[in-house]
Design a protein around this ligand. Sequence first.
Ligand SMILES: N[C@@H](CCSC[C@H]1O[C@@H](n2cnc3c(=O)[nH]cnc32)[C@H](O)[C@@H]1O)C(=O)O
Ligand SMILES: [Zn+2]
Length: 435
Amino acid sequence: MDTLCITGGRVLHPDGRVREGDVVVDREAGTILGVGADEAIAKHAADASETLDATGGLVIPGLVNAHTHVSMTLLRGYADDKPLDAWLREDVWPAEAELTDDDIEVGAELGVLEMIRSGTTTFADMYFATDRVADVVDRAGVRARLGHGVVTVGKSEEEAIADVEESLAVAADLDGAADGRVRTAFMPHSLTTVAEAYLREGIERAAAEGVPVHLHANETREEVDPILGERGERPLAYADDLGALGEGNFLAHCVHVDDAEIELLAETGTAAVHCPASNMKLASGMAPVQRLREAGVTVALGTDGAASNNDLDLFDEMRDAAMVGKLAADDASAVPAEAVVEMATAGGADALDLPGGRIAEGEAADLAVVDLDAPHLTPVHDPVSHLAYAVRGSDVRHTVCGGRVLMRDREVLTLDADAVQARAAEAADDLVSRV
Ligand SMILES: N[C@@H](CCSC[C@H]1O[C@@H](n2cnc3c(=O)[nH]cnc32)[C@H](O)[C@@H]1O)C(=O)O
Ligand SMILES: [Zn+2]
């Protein structure tokens, strides 16, 4: 059998425990054959076609970045220190109006490169030129749920309809691309940037095709108040009425949600993607992560775009989520280390309804090996604590997705890192000069 064996390290199991052992992967199926230290595993390890050394390291599920705009890497550091509305209208949207499809592809390459180098194997992306992002996912070997973001405010009826149609068409056409590693969703930007008629029709048609829905929701007070004022109902009651809540659907942010809205998410099986760095940087607010989890809502983590973060390192998100979660709950025991690790792994895979997120027999072989042999990670009282509070993306030694090694000893094998960086820097300079 064609196997990959990750040997000599410790393994993070789905129950949150860490044990010494090897992970054996069926490279053809892309799934995990076995985990542990018994004789059968040892025999597999001896016969492996390919081996990754995890000595002194910790094998974890590949991380899941459940909300980003990956090509926004080109706008990293372009506009900082503004609230969401002004940031979008004054800086981001004018720059995005100048983006070419080639720019989007180059930005996606840069973002995916950064994610592979920090142990992320799976992401959800809302942007445009989605076919170009899908090409990058294909080449780079990662997994993604992709969609075309719809905005109708400020557009003619014709343009608005075209945007909705594009999002539905992209969801139908790209689903299953990259040998099934690309899945799709219908992605209206938010409840305030897409007019009701378009939301209603688009969501209904997506649901009829079994296509999931992803949007920004309850991110800022400025977004909640108009809905409350004009409709006399909370945004998630409106979202429910539109059919946007349900199993397989996932909402970014959920910062300003009240108890009834949390209950709605839980009842309908809608997942929330917490983006703590973006929420802090744009001063959007603090999401009630502890309360969401206690209510039984699936909570995942997202970086949001690199222009509001400003990186795509999920280890930062884990740390930020734990820190701001405690502050928001006024309770140091809220959002503990094991919770953020779960959110970045199994929670993300569940929210996106994609394989991965758990190291166990039969699961997708999406893995990262974290090197624990570093001054900032010494001593190791509790590896899970380190994952949440001390590990950085640059501590990731190897990254594997679907049984394929994407990074070995910090060398990315599927993308030419130097060329990607050079192309992206040039494209970003060009872009800014056109704005
Ligand atoms: N087809 C749309 C594009 C929507 S893509 C998704 C959009 O979300 C924007 N975005 C990035 N981060 C955030 C955020 O935190 N909240 C809301 N929007 C964001 C991003 O810049 C991009 O314009 C159009 O023609 O404008
Ligand atoms: Zn976003």
